[in-house]
Design a protein around this ligand. Structure first.
Ligand code: AHR
Length: 506
């Protein structure tokens, strides 16, 4: 048995938790759109072609914001191809994924789908093959009420009211050689600056995210963020981070280290942003948009990303997630919450089929992958403000990270309804954890509301169409609350959500 302790105090608050950290991502890639959220003729599809089963699972998953239309797809996309009468839309070859894009689904369909799902849209502008002029025209089409050619074009397409999209990405992974129209930091920094400038002139209420490095292992990582922000610091609000975790060593103790790395990555990028701010003697803080993150390694090979013959909606990177992947996703969500002072938006990539928490059969069933569960629980219970938690736990050393405490946790407190929620991962594979939580000043009348664990004795267990609930949340009976003290026994290799409640505090 491992003993670990977590202490929080009502007066030590890290930050309000921006609910947009529970975002997701829909790209025109593989079967994310076609055969995922959109499948006319599917038995559950509505008149618009939206799959009802996927819509229901999306609502249960609970993403708060959704990024669209890419991804790498964005860098070759003409938004004009995806609006107007469907029969007049062009069929194109998409050079990001070597697929045929029919454009049957475009911006207005996405906006209708996002509204039906109750999710805020996040759009990207193409800075690969296009630039500021296309971006400001697209924004005017989406957000201007009417009385100009582009806003009236949207109205003529059946969308009288403006879409009012608040969050915009300035391109995607522009440092990556795989990107259509990849750029140097100087080229991109200038393009981001000029694009941001004209977009703000069109709609001053928007928030803008510049592209950070495609991932932390890029040779230009760090220098890229610095130089890009040196150009566009005053015009943008966010810089993006992307990461995909792998278990290539096939070792759970090593795999758990990626969570520490994610935390360090966030702090590094925040430091670089602040270095640029300091040089400029600026009071402004750039926030972080972790707008692509997930586990992705079983299908991270070129043969999973490209299929010959320019197919429509091929099966691309349809990663099947197991129990240990769910623990990693749960840990990543804790890392995002523990950095709530800087990370204000984040998107699990992607939503369905393509490295997605939801899996479908074209024409058939839809089910929850293992990683669905930690995300849904965090999105449901992550409300309020993140407290500064002092964690005391034994740990171990690994190649992936030198010091990995068994306990990885965060505490989110919601004074409005009196709930205080502990999210905790036990990274020991062999030992249960005796967790002692001190909730100082948070209410002596506190009671236990629920204790839920994600755990499977077989770390390689997966959910399939035939056995969709192999890995699923279960109640943890070994939890008690006595005033401001919580005691819990956490299973080895388990991710846990413990909700407690006291009287609301104003
Ligand atoms: O999510 C899959 C791809 O990964 C995205 O298109 C790209 O941005 C990233 O490299």
């Amino acid at each position: 048995m491992i003993s670990a302790r977590l202490t929080v105090d009502r007066d030590f608050v890290l930050s309000d938790l921006d609910r947009r950290v529970f975002g997701a991502f829909v790209e025109h890639m593989g079967r994310c759109v076609y055969g995922g959220i959109f499948e006319p003729g599917h038995p559950t599809a509505d008149a618009r072609g939206f799959r009802g089963d996927v819509l229901e699972l999306t609502k249960e998953l609970g993403p708060t914001i959704i990024r669209y239309p890419g991804g790498n797809f964005l860098s070759g996309y003409n938004w004009e191809d995806g609006v107007g009468p469907v029969e007049q839309r062009p069929v194109r070859r998409d050079l990001a994924w070597f697929s045929t894009e029919t454009n049957r689904f475009g911006t207005n369909e996405f906006m209708d789908w996002a509204r039906a799902a109750g999710i805020e849209p996040m759009l990207g502008v193409n800075l690969g093959t296009r630039g500021p002029d296309e971006a400001r025209r697209f924004l005017e089409y989406c957000n201007h009420a009417g009385g100009s050619a582009l806003s009236d074009l949207r109205r003529s397409h059946g969308h009288e009211a403006p879409h009012d999209v608040k969050f915009w990405c300035l391109g995607n992974e522009m440092d990556g050689p795989w990107q259509i129209g990849a750029k140097t930091a100087a080229e991109y920094g200038r393009a981001a600056l000029e694009t941001a400038k004209v977009m703000r002139w069109v709609d001053p209420t928007i928030q803008l995210a510049a592209c950070g490095s495609s991932h932390r292992n890029m040779a230009t990582y760090g220098a890229w963020e610095y130089e890009v922000l040196d150009h566009c610091y005053d015009q943008v609000d966010f810089i993006s981070l992307h990461t995909y975790f792998n278990n290539n060593a096939d070792s759970a103790p090593e795999y758990f280290g990626v969570i520490e790395l994610m935390d360090a990555f966030i702090k590094e990028v925040a430091a670089i942003c602040d270095a640029v701010g300091a040089k400029r003697r600026s009071r402004k803080k750039i926030m972080l948009s972790f707008d692509e993150w997930n586990v992705w390694y079983k299908t991270h090979k070129i043969e999973h990303m490209r299929k010959p013959g320019w197919p429509e909606a091929p099966h691309l990177i349809e990663e099947v997630y197991n129990a240990e992947d769910a623990l990693i996703v749960g840990g990543a969500l804790i890392a995002l919450m523990n950095n709530a002072d800087r990370v204000k938006t984040a998107c699990i990539a992607q939503l369905v089929n393509v490295i997605g928490p939801i899996m479908t059969e074209t024409g058939g069933a839809a089910w929850r992958q293992t990683i669905f569960h930690p995300f849904a629980l965090a999105a449901r219970h992550g409300h309020g403000r993140v407290l500064q938690a002092k964690a005391e736990s034994p740990g171990y050393a690994a190649q992936s990270w030198p010091e990995i405490p068994y306990l990885y946790a965060t505490v989110v407190d919601n004074p409005a309804d009196g709930t205080t929620t502990v999210f905790a991962l036990n990274r020991s594979l062999s030992d249960p954890m005796d967790l002692d939580v001190v909730l100082r000043g948070l209410g002596a009348d506190r009671r236990l509301v629920s204790a839920t664990e994600i755990h499977h004795a077989n770390l390689k267990a997966v959910n399939t169409k035939e056995a969709p609930n192999t890995v699923a949340p279960a109640a943890n009976p070994d939890v008690s609350v006595d005033g401001e003290r919580l005691r819990a026994k956490l299973k080895p290799a388990s991710w846990n959500v413990i909700v407690t409640q006291a009287s609301p505090r104003a």
